[in-house]
Design a binder for this molecule. Structure first.
Ligand code: NAD
Ligand code: IMJ
Length: 256
């Protein structure tokens, strides 16, 4: 019997078969969890639908996280179909392309607000609606972050500031929801080639630096992240909340 038999989870952030969220979904499904998926805009519907169907998912809904109406509709559907929720995976981020090059100093007010809205506030918006469905069933939430929240990484710029806000939000949400038995944690993943890494200048150098310097001397895979996601969303991590778990081949512990 799987670790998550009879449990229900919702996944935000699958764009294609390379998405970190898709590896997490497959791992959760393999342990028996029933999953619902959301996609950001019509362009992604035809990519997400076959993936979701391939693991038996029946609930596939649009959700641009800047749209409160769409967020409300997702949780209304989950309430109607399932009556409750055990897991939420937040695996999404967005900043305008022009903000992810050159100096952080040139970040626009609008670009800053958009990056923080999509990449950090969205976690609060989703968890606010998920919490009432999770109460009394030991729910768990995870989000995805990156080391650029703590140290300056070339071109990460406003996304680094958004990830710092995301990680702090995880601690505050963990404190608010701990008394209700709901846990909230972050996975800080190493660089991995997904849609979100496409066209980022210097990305190859970053991958090379991990291979050369990280204790494990290799880059991580989506499956490495999925294993930790399973741990954080299962009773194996019942005493863990508000944490950042690094899935980065140990890169972050090296000083020089
Ligand atoms: P991805 O492109 O597959 O996933 C990003 C997702 O964000 C997509 O599914 C996209 O549809 C979604 N998204 C963007 N704007 C949205 C909006 N307004 N509403 C709803 N969804 C929206 O790439 P990924 O690498 O799997 O990224 C998933 C998460 O992992 C992100 O939070 C990213 O910051 C984080 N992360 C990625 C890496 C990496 O190197 N790829 C490393 C560490 C952390
Ligand atoms: C992204 C930009 C710059 C440097 C980067 C990254 N490094 C890594 C990433 C070193 C690992 C990937 N990452 C961790 C992200 O969180 C990416 C977020 C992202 C990517 C894009 C690309 C396309 C676009 N907007 C984006 N918004 C957020 O238009």
């Amino acid at each position: 019997m799987g670790l998550l038999e009879g449990k229900k989870g919702v996944i935000f952030g699958v764009a294609n078969e390379r998405s970190i969220a898709w590896a997490i979904a497959q791992r959760l499904s393999s342990e028996g969890m029933e999953l619902a998926f959301t996609y950001a805009g019509e362009a992604f519907e035809k990519r997400v639908t076959p993936l979701a169907r391939s693991i038996g998912s029946k609930i596939i809904l649009p959700c641009d996280v800047t749209n409160d109406g769409q967020i409300d509709a997702v949780f209304e559907t989950l309430k109607k179909e399932w009556g409750g929720l055990d897991a939420l995976v937040h695996s999404l981020a967005f900043a305008k392309k022009e903000e992810l090059k050159g100096e952080f100093l040139s970040t626009s007010r609008e670009g800053f607000a958009l990056a923080l809205d999509v990449s950090a506030y969205s976690l609060v918006a989703l968890v606010k609606r998920a919490a009432p469905l999770m109460e009394g069933r030991g729910g768990a939430v995870i989000t995805l972050s990156y080391y650029g929240s703590e140290k300056v990484i070339p071109n990460y710029n406003v996304m680094g500031v958004a990830k710092a806000a995301l990680e702090a939000s995880v601690r505050y949400l963990a404190a608010d929801l701990g008394p209700k038995g709901i846990r909230v944690n972050t996975i800080s993943a190493g660089p991995v080639k997904t849609l979100a890494a496409m066209g980022i200048s210097g990305f190859g150098d970053i991958l090379g630096s991990v291979e050369a310097k990280a204790p494990l001397r290799r880059n991580i895979t989506q499956e490495d992240v999925a294993g930790t996601a399973l741990y954080l969303l299962s009773p194996l991590s019942s005493g863990v909340t508000g944490e950042i778990i690094y899935v980065d081949s140990g890169y972050n512990v090296i000083g020089f």
